[in-house]
Design a protein around this ligand. Sequence first.
Ligand SMILES: Nc1ncnc2c1ncn2[C@@H]1O[C@H](COP(=O)(O)OP(=O)(O)OP(=O)(O)O)[C@@H](O)[C@H]1O
Ligand SMILES: [Mg+2]
Length: 439
Amino acid sequence: MLKVALWLVLSLFSGSGVIIYALQQQYEEQSVTYRILYREVTVKLSQLETVLSLLSVSSDPAIVQQKFPQIVAWKRMPQAQPIPTLTPTGEGTYWLAHQHFALLIDPALLFADIPQRHDFRQIGLSWHNKPLFEQGDHAQPAYWQWDKGISSAFQPFALSARNDPDWARLPWLLLLLLPVFWAGVVYFIDQYRIQKRQRNIAVLREHFSQLTRLNAMGEITASMVHELNQPLTAVLSYNQAALRLLDQQQQDKAVPLLDAAVIQIKRISTLLLQFRQKLAHEQVVLQEVNLHKVWLRVTMLLEDEINKGKVRIVNRMPDALPTLRADPLWVEQIFHNIVTNAIQAQQPNQPEPGWVAIDAEYSDQGIQLMITDGGPGLSEPALQQVFIPFFTTRQEGLGLGMALTETLVQRLNGTITVENIADQGARFTLWFPFNTQEE
Ligand SMILES: Nc1ncnc2c1ncn2[C@@H]1O[C@H](COP(=O)(O)OP(=O)(O)OP(=O)(O)O)[C@@H](O)[C@H]1O
Ligand SMILES: [Mg+2]
């Protein structure tokens, strides 16, 4: 609709412009013709005045009239006329008298004798604002009009000319081609705009996909650094301890340490598989997860830290706790991060011995888990920002544990909140609805 309006406006404007220009050209041409006509008429009238003043008794009318056909008659005046007089006959002719002679002049013949071709629709001479002679069509008003007084002492006429534009001479072909031209221009502009928009969209899409890729890559890298750090440290310390025991010829005691190292290495392998899945966008298969088993496994994985921190682990989850539909590794990571923080928050030499406890409640809708510790609780800024990436109060912390945990909980359509419990420490409350779907 807008395009049609634009096309119409452009065609109308340019068409009017062309018509105005063509009319202006015609007007200029005709003005030149009028000026030539005016000059010729002025010359012819002054010739008549010269003839009149030069006539004498011996002059031969036949010769004079042959040279000046506009003099249709002449007569001798009974008395000399010192002042030139002009007397219209009322039939388009007029008598011009001076001294001893009077000439009857016919302007029609005067105009006919002008060699300059003109095609005015009407021309006329007026004297004292009254028409003296008129030629052509006077009935219709004309489009253009020229008027100018003739500077003659004897015959101070005004020469007028009227005409209409020659419509047939307008550039009709150009006028017909203009709308076609503008239709083409509007079409090409439109196509250009469509293509530009498509290009912009493509650029944006490319940019966006790069951004999301970067985001995903950043998230995966960050979580790899975070999640692989603990098991690798554990493998290192188990192996170093095992080496020491082997050096001391205590092979028997080294075996459980190597077993523990194998378990940590398997965890590393599972985590790497998970990152691989994420990178390859492989579909995650959710399964029924027994939370007791996962809790047990996490406490086993963190055995070293638990022992060093002298932290007691308490599982108060009901035996009949239903399973949760999830990826077991996600739940493991969630527990792992929360318990690691709880252990780290409790110094081995604090007055009260450290502990971490898990409680669970369930209904038809879902399962609620509460993980509480005996530490100092979260500081005020930590309460506000614990889930924000890179927020940490620990010297060697990355500040990613809780951010990753929240992402995993949300992936299970769950929620996680934190609070401080009086006379205890921090409590993380997790809620998992049963209609869990991977996002
Ligand atoms: N159980 C807790 N008791 C007290 N403070 C805690 C507890 N859990 C988390 N916090 C606070 O929240 C901060 C953020 O925890 P988060 O696990 O995200 O990072 P981090 O443990 O500092 O570093 P990392 O990336 O290695 O896990 C911690 O630095 C700590 O101040
Ligand atoms: Mg942490």
